[in-house]
Design a protein around this ligand. Structure first.
Ligand code: ADP
Ligand code: ZN
Length: 710
């Protein structure tokens, strides 16, 4: 059983997408030509389709190696939901289940078989598949083979055998891990012969990037979550204890947040993960391991409660948001303290990679403090040259507004000088703001001349300024000496009036943030209606998912639901335009979604809301209640022709309407015969004229609708 369709048609028919993303087509063609390939694409970039489509086009079975049992299950479920034969073999199956998968494999009934690396490298399995028509090997998460990578798995090294045992079977290695050494290692370790390399952009334009000063975090997070009801998200925390604290505090604020970390029992962890996947729990406070083994595509936001150690980790973690391509948001909370904590840890651990770790931490800090486009910084970090601002980060949305900061800087500098360069940024701020803290008085800091000289600014503002003064090279933080603030040469120039300073104003930033937020809250009534329908479709999706025992995103991605709530499709051809709606899903779920949309549209129409398709639905409802066309026209205050036109469109869209009460069969045949000979586009007038005005426009419309339905 082999699909003799083009890749484009398969994409449409099975996956429900209209076009390939960058590089997918080329990768598919490469694999089909029999050449090995290495594919580097970010998470959510669409790697799977690159081997799934060739697998469907070739005679035989594609073997996919995947490291995580949960991922295999997800992928297989997603394939089956699209009507593609797939299965997996790993240690989670009972022996009866294993046998049934194996017999499907031997009988040639599987287009794709997912296996663990241990399974594949086993003697028995290797010799068994040597007898079968294997179309290709796809190695997912291929970076696991490299001991350079961050996720080395010894089992993967056994995949070296593949090329020597099966030299003629193409192999495609896929990963989202960017660095060059790992990539080279993948090629060497797998002994690939002259592979084609594909490196996609690492940009994830649907992910909004934002960094905020790390103060009153719980308050900020609570507001953020409350403003996004029903949206799932992850809060990454520094430590196990930290995950518990944060989830506890959020629970106290009435948010159903759970924690997840390696210290919990396996059962409890599995339960949290499962509930999160199924949208039963929406907020998880976790250590960075969470999210690795799950494919949940509708994570709508990711918050970093603390600064990550490096940009690689940060990017991977935020990458778990918005895999479905719908909009997702991220917030990074940042404070000097986070940096100091990591520095201490790195320094006390020492080791050969100390310098590297510290410099990566520096880059992370620079990112958090950036006053220019964050995405540009990220992509440049990963070696992509980007010369345009993104428009989808906090800095682009609200660019810094500069004020003359010379006097402000001098106040801070003078305070540091008078404190003999012996205090941390926090104590410095206390002194500048004239704090009444006991510690300040005990040390006599209240007696220095600059005590209270900076009262005009709040704590947050001072922090924002000092951060900038550090970035500008006016201050430096002595990380090796209790993080005290020191004055640089440039700082001395500023202090003695030899150099002016420009600072970005926090006050102006906050003002504009507020305005932007207000504007965003004022949703148009059209958008509100869209959200309302989205919620209803989401509930329907949950019900269907429960009944089937699969996660909701296997039924449809959020992108599909958004498209449905926007376009309100009520016929099969319209539904097929929805991204992710292949033929299988249309057959399984089309009816249910159509009904829900119709119901919604009709309800709205009755309350007088203008929603797309409402007038059709009202006509349909009356028609189904047995009202004649003249009666419907009269009740609705519309022209009879309009009602006929509604009915013919509804019929064309697949509604159950007996059109032969409006047009005879012979009239239908006459019109169709004539239309078939016409040059498209088919318009009514020439037909009307051809039959000397004896067949009315209404009848012609019904006949064409009949033709359209086929
Ligand atoms: P990866 O394995 O690279 O993380 P996936 O293969 O899981 O990514 O794809 C991510 C999402 O993008 C999935 O929901 C997938 O269906 C969708 N997708 C893939 N290719 C396309 C395409 N050409 N058009 C629209 N959506 C696509
Ligand atoms: Zn930007």
């Amino acid at each position: 059983m082999r699909e003799s369709m083009s890749p484009e048609l398969i994409l449409q028919k099975y996956f429900g997408y209209n076009s390939f993303r960058a590089q997918q087509k080329e990768i598919i063609e490469t694999v089909l030509s029999g050449r090995d390939a290495v594919v580097l694409m970010p998470t959510g970039g669409g790697k799977s389709i690159c081997y799934q489509i060739p697998a469907m086009m070739l005679e035989g079975t594609c073997i996919v190696v995947s490291p995580l049992i949960s991922l295999m299950k997800d992928q297989v479920e997603a394939l089956r939901a699209n009507g593609i034969t797939a299965a997996y073999l790993n240690s989670s199956l009972s022996s009866a289940e294993q046998r049934s998968v194996e017999s499907a494999l031997y009988n040639g009934n599987l287009k794709l078989l997912y296996v663990s690396p241990e399974k594949l490298a086993g003697e028995a399995f290797m010799s068994a598949i040597a007898q079968l028509p294997i179309t290709m090997f796809a190695i997912d998460e291929a970076h696991c083979i490299s001991s350079w990578g961050h996720d080395f798995r010894p089992e993967y090294t056994r995949l070296k055998l593949l090329k020597s045992k099966f030299p003629n079977i193409p192999l495609i290695a896929l990963t989202a891990t960017a660095d060059r050494i790992t990539r080279k290692d993948i090629i060497e370790q797998l002994a690939l012969a002259n592979p084609a390399s594909f490196i996609a952009s690492f940009d994830r334009p649907n992910i909004f990037l934002e960094a905020r000063p790390g103060q009153k975090k719980i308050e900020q997070i609570t507001t953020f979550i409350q403003e996004r009801p029903m949206k799932a998200g992850i809060i990454y925390c520094l430590s196990r204890k930290n995950t518990e604290e944060v989830s506890g505090k959020l629970q106290a604020k009435g948010i159903k947040a759970m924690c997840y970390h390696a210290g919990m029992s396996d059962d409890l962890r599995a339960k949290v993960q499962e509930d999160f996947i199924n949208d039963e729990i929406l907020v998880v406070c976790a250590t960075v391991a969470f999210g690795m083994g799950i494919d949940k595509s509708n994570v709508r936001w990711v918050i970093h409660h603390n600064l990550p150690q490096n940009i690689e980790g940060y990017y991977q973690e935020i990458g778990r948001a918005g895999r479905d391509g719908s909009k997702a948001e991220t917030i990074l909370f940042y404070s000097f303290r986070d940096v100091a904590i990591f520095r201490d840890i790195f320094n006390s651990n020492g080791g050969p990679q100390l310098e590297l770790k510290l410099s990566k931490l520096d880059r992370m800090q620079q990112y958090a403090e950036a006053l220019s486009c964050r995405r540009r910084m990220l992509l440049n970090y990963f070696g992509e040259q980007v010369d345009q601002d993104c428009g989808a980060c906090d800095v682009c949305k609200n660019p810094p507004q500069y004020i003359d900061g010379t006097v402000t800087a001098q106040k801070a500098l003078s305070a540091v000088a008078r404190l003999n360069q012996r205090v941390s940024a926090n104590v410095l701020i206390d002194v500048l703001r004239g704090s009444g803290k006991r510690e300040i008085f005990e040390r006599g800091y209240n007696k220095i001349k600059t005590y209270g000289a900076g009262r005009e600014f709040g704590q947050r503002e001072w922090q924002y300024f000092i951060q900038q003064l550090v970035n500008l090279g006016i201050f430096e933080i002595a990380y090796d000496d209790y993080n005290v603030v020191r004055i640089t040469d440039l700082g001395n120039d500023v202090l003695y009036g030899k150099a002016p300073v420009k600072l970005a104003s926090l006050e102006k930033k906050l003002e504009r943030d507020k305005e932007a937020k207000k504007a965003a809250k004022k949703k148009s009534s059209k958008e509100q209606l869209k959200d309302e329908l989205f919620e209803r479709l989401r509930e329907l999706r949950s019900r269907l998912a429960k009944a089937k025992g699969v996660p909701p995103y296997i039924i449809f991605a959020d992108t599909a639901l958004h498209a449905m709530s926007e376009h309100k499709p009520t016929s099969d051809p319209e539904l097929l335009q929805i991204p992710g709606m292949g033929e299988r899903k249309l057959a399984l779920y089309g009816e249910a979604f159509k009904e829900e949309i119709k119901k919604y549209v009709l309800e709205k129409a009755k309350t007088g809301s203008q929603v797309k398709g409402a007038t059709y639905m009202q006509t349909l409802e009356m028609h189904q209640q047995g009202l004649t066309v003249p009666m419907i026209a009269q009740t609705r205050g519309l022209n009879e022709n309009t009602i006929y036109s509604h009915l013919s469109s509804l019929y064309a869209g697949g509604e159950d309407i007996d059109i032969f009460q409006f047009v005879t069969e012979s009239e239908v045949n006459l019109v169709i015969d004539f239309a078939k000979k016409m040059e498209p586009p088919i318009t009514l007038r020439p037909i009307y004229d051809a039959f000397e005005e004896k067949i009315s426009y209404t009848k012609i419309k019904f006949a064409l609708a009949y033709h359209q339905r086929g």
